[in-house]
Structure formats: C-alpha cells, structure tokens
Design a protein around this ligand. Structure first.
Ligand code: WTA
Length: 571
C-alpha cells in the first residue's frame, strides 16, 4: 500500500510544468545562461564568482555566511573574487599549471572556498579531502592522483605521510606554524603580497575541474573525474529542484570533501549568485536548528541521517526555534524514510524532497520537485534532459514495477568523464549505452522511481560511502588480525553500521579490550566514519576458491537469512 501521497505545494516554482520542461528539451538552451556561450571557453570560477563580482548590483552581496564555534565571517562575491585571484597568483608563482592536481585538506572554513576557487582559476584540478581522513585515506588519494600541491593546516599536516608522496612538491599551510623548509608555503604572508588581479585560465568545457575519491566494493578508492561542463547541470538543477531565487539564503550541510558539498555546497548556489550559509564543525540538533533560525535560511539541503537525528531529538527542541524563514527542504545520500517526511510536515509544515544521485553522476538525476506530488519512499522522477530506466544485466529495459538496475542513458553534462588512471574501471559502469548505477530500484506506472538497495557490497553509513575493501585492508595491518570481512549491517539511525568479522593471529585472545584497540586502530588510521562499530571474532572467514571474501555470506549469517548459492565456497 502506498503511504498517503503529498500534493504539490502551491506557489510560483521555477519548474511549474514538469512534463512540458521534458518535452523538446535541449541542454544547449541551458548553456545560454552563461557568457561563454559566445566565447566557447569557460571557467566555472568565473561563472560562480567573478561574474557576480563584475556586476555592480551583485558585487557587494554576501556570498558566504560562515559560522563555526568561535568564528563568524561574511564574504561578498567581490571579496571571494579578489582573494581567490590572490591565491591563483600564489599558485602560479609556484608553477601550478592547467591540469595539475592541487588537493585541499582543510576544515570547512572561508579559506577552503578561497583556495578552491583559486585552484580552479588556474585551470588546475581541485581535489577536496574530507577533514576527518586519517593517514591511510590521505595517502591513498594523494598517491593515486599524483597531487603536486596540497593546502592544509599545521594540525592536519600530521596526517600527511610526506615520505610516501614523491609527487607532492609544495604544501601550503593555513595557520600559524614554525616550518622553515622550502617545501612549505605560508598562506597568510603569500596572500598579503599577491595581487588581487588575475588573468583567469579559460578552459574547454571538457577540461578537468574536480576529482572526488569514492569507494567501490573492491580495490582502493577511485578518483572520479569531473569537468567544467558539469556547471550546466549544477545550474539547471539549482533552478528546477532547489528552486533557488535571487533573495534566498541557502544552506547545504554537506562537507566539501564529498561531492554534495562541492556540486551543491558551492557551485549550485553561487552559479545563481545566491547567499550561501556554511557551518563549520560538528553539529548537534540545536546547532542545526539555530543555524536556520539565526541566518533565516530559506532553502535547506541535508541528509536523512541528520533528519533522523532531529526526529529522535524530539519536539521540544523544535519548539525552541523559529523556522518561519524556511520554505524548501531537500535530502540526499540515503533512502529517505517516509516517517521522516511525515515528521517534516509536522515540524516545519514543509515537504522534504528526496533527491537521488551519486559521486559519479556529478549532479542530481532523479528527484522530487516542488510542483509535483510526493510519494513517500520514492526518489521521484528524472530531471529534464535525463533518460532514466530500470535495466537487466544485459542493459535491456524492464517494464514498470519490475526490480532491476537503476540506469541512466549515458552522456549528461555532469557525468564523470573518467576514473583517474583506471580506464577499465570507468568502462565497467556502462552497458549497452546505459550508465549502470549499482543501485537496484523499480519504476511505477507513473514514472516514479523507488530505491531498493545497493547491488554491490558498498556500505552507506550515515550517508557516507565506505568501501569494505579499504576497511579490510586496514584491519589486517593490525598485528592481531589475520583475516577480515566487512559488511554493512542495517541500523535504524545510521542506515547501516560497519560490522567486521576477523580471525586472530596465533598468540592473540578475543577480548573486549583487543576489539576496542582494533576499532581505534581503524579510526585513527583510516577515518572515524570507516571504523567498525561491531567486531566479531570468527574461526574462519568464508572465501571463494579464488580467495575472494564472501561478504554476502557473512551478511546472511548476520541477518539470519538463507545463505543462497555457496557452491563457490572454499573447502
Ligand atoms: C545512495 C551522494 C537512496 C545510493 C550524492 C547511491 C541514495 C549512493 C539516495 C551514492 C537517495 C544517494 N535514496 N539512496 N535519495 N541518494 N543514495 O556517491 O546507493 O556518496 O548509489 O553520492 O548513495 O553515494 P555518493
């Protein structure tokens, strides 16, 4: 049975007629919103920042409304434009050129946004790293991308294994430090001396812009490579889905170390010249509510895991704050529970709009729109210009209500253009002209898509994507661990938690202290969100005859499900 459908909200939405927008659609029409339509050359930094800074009516508008414990700051488009010019000059001084990889390992702070756009202005490719990454995660990404420069803080520098990074020529340090070697560049003093004028590097639509590392079920994290062309889709979805208007105050809660934090935490609002709220640090439910209240946030893009925390924090907290500014709420990253939608109607008197997309897709693809009814539990319908379907393993389309691979006809503007240095990995996503997502879903008779689950072993914990292989590899580095198999275990608040099964080396005994030590080993060596919440010691880990860990079998055991075909199981 369908839960009650929630009718479209009244109002003048940017996408008033969904069906009509899909008919005769052309991405070329969207391109006309940008100045490069005439020159043929582009730079997303120009479209998102400098274009507004050059507009007398926009230049002094607040672009960034930043707050974190102990720090509040406002920056106008003009200020970001000038400071990112300064940083671009610093990069040029140290020989950064178009196509070089420059990585950022910074907390969510104004400096992130200034240096990020500085990188893009030189035509270099920006690689943002999540601030919670520990040494192994940092090493994997900087090694694979052959990053030439890194921007970080003296505190985070401790997690950068420089001896393993031969390509890393320079490190920009943001904050007080005592480093004297020529390898380090002091952010503050270089910025002081740098000119606020910079000749932006005009690039082609297909030139590299950002690399985001993400996890699959096997192998190390892979570098998903996006090009400047993606801005067309960032711009369009900001209009149709985020429904942005000139005077909005927009808040996206995602960290720029993940794709949501760049595509929708940076590009989408600023391509439209809208004021963007950034909150640093970790948040409690009170912080979330206070941010909306204090800054009069009108449009809010967040994640189910956060919303579930707010639900469990209860109604008393809700009543302490004023949400009258809020007019539009969206969610991404995990299935949005129908109960959360029901709660949203009560707490904010607003619908929560689910959106579906992936690091690889670069921007939203299947979503709920203000002007369409919501069917709670459904991700909604494809955006104009996108052909989505359910296909079998050979890439043949399946009829309505049949479960299969959620797939997108290849070739949309924000689609990844490669997996860094791994062409065979990139190719493996495509079958018969379809990009196959790895998610299973079905489509109902009316064209609404319903998410069912992941088809591979990728874990989604609190909306963060974790590859079991990375965790397993780190686990076996611990002297006590002989073998490891890692799965996602369903959890009401986090979606999934990470559960590890291990076997112990001779001389080690199963004890709560040892398991805690192993957990902390992952937390401090890889990342807190990748640390298993549960670890169980086994006599053996099930493997195929070719030595692959049978995670599916571990999962079936854990959940008490039938074990299915085990004919490939090793003796
Ligand atoms: C999952 C985040 C259900 C899905 C932008 C996808 C979702 C993976 C939804 C991508 C949704 C994302 N409903 N599941 N609305 N949105 N997912 O790369 O499994 O971090 O494949 O991108 O998250 O995660 P990623």
């Amino acid at each position: 049975m369908d839960m009650q459908r929630i009718p479209a909200r009244d109002g003048d939405h940017n996408l008033q007629n969904y069906e009509k927008a899909r008919e005769n659609f052309s991405w070329d029409d969207v391109k006309k919103n940008f100045s490069w339509n005439e020159t043929g050359k582009v730079n997303i930094a120009y479209e998102a920042i400098d274009r507004h800074a050059a507009d007398p009516n926009k230049k002094d508008k607040v672009a960034l409304l930043y707050s974190a414990p102990g720090r509040e700051e406002k920056m106008t488009f003009d200020e970001i434009s000038k400071q990112s010019n300064q940083f671009a000059n610093v990069l040029k001084k140290y020989d950064i050129e178009k196509g070089d990889r420059v990585f950022l390992f910074l907390p969510r702070s104004p400096e992130f946004y200034v240096t990020f756009f500085g990188i893009l202005k030189t035509g270099a490719i920006a690689g943002p790293l999540f601030e919670a990454f520990m040494e192994q995660a940092v090493r994997d990404r900087l090694q694979d991308s052959e990053a030439k420069m890194l921007i970080t803080t003296p505190e985070l520098l401790e997690r950068v294994p420089q001896e393993d990074l031969p390509d890393l020529e320079k490190i920009v340090l943001v904050g007080d430090h005592n480093e004297t070697s020529g390898k380090y560049i002091d952010f503050a003093s270089e910025m002081k001396d740098a000119s606020t004028d910079f000749d932006i590097e005009w690039v082609d639509l297909e030139d590299g812009m950002v690399i985001h590392y993400t996890s699959g079920s096997t192998g190390k994290p892979k570098g998903v490579y996006h090009v400047h062309n993606a801005m067309i889709q960032h711009y369009a979805t900001a209009e149709w889905v985020i429904d942005l208007k000139e005077d909005d105050v927009y808040w996206c809660t995602a960290d720029p170390g993940w794709v949501t934090g760049t595509s929708y935490g940076v590009f989408a609002p600023w391509l439209h010249g809208v004021t963007n709220v950034i909150r640093g640090g970790r948040f409690t439910p009170d912080d979330w509510y206070e941010t909306i209240d204090k800054h009069n946030v009108t449009v809010w893009y967040t994640a189910p895991t956060a919303l579930r925390k707010l639900v469990s924090a209860g109604e008393d907290v809700v009543r302490k704050y004023d949400f009258s500014s809020l007019r539009h709420v969206m969610s991404v990253g995990e299935p949005l529970n129908p109960e959360v939608i029901t709660w949203g109607l009560k707490a904010f008197d607003l619908r929560i709009h689910d959106t579906w997309w992936m690091t690889e897709t670069g921007a939203m693809l299947i979503v709920n729109y203000p002007s369409l009814e919501i069917r709670p539990g459904s991700m909604g319908k494809p955006i104009p210009g996108i052909d989505a379907s359910i296909v079998d393993n050979e890439g043949n389309e399946l009829p309505p209500n049949q479960m299969g691979n959620l797939a997108i006809r290849e070739g949309w503007p924000s689609m990844m253009r490669k997996i860094w240095k791994r062409p065979e990995k990139f190719e493996s996503y495509f079958i018969n002209g379809w990009y196959v997502s790895g998610d299973s879903a079905y489509k109902d008779e009316d064209g609404y898509f319903w998410f069912q689950g992941r088809l591979d072993d990728v874990i989604n914990t609190s909306g963060e994507r974790v590859g079991p292989f990375e965790v397993e590899s780190k686990l076996i580095e611990h002297p006590a661990v002989a073998e490891a198999g890692v799965i996602g275990k369903p959890d009401p608040e986090r979606g999934e938690i990470i559960k590890a099964f291990i076997t112990l080396n001779d001389g080690y005994e199963d004890s709560p202290e040892l398991l805690e030590e192993i957990r902390v080993f992952i937390k401090t060596g890889l990342a807190a969100h990748a640390a298993p919440r549960e670890i169980e010691v086994k006599d053996t880990i099930p493997k195929t005859r070719s030595g692959k860990i049978m995670r599916r079998l571990l999962k079936s055991w854990e959940l008490g499900l039938p074990t299915g075909d085990t004919s490939t199981l090793e003796e």
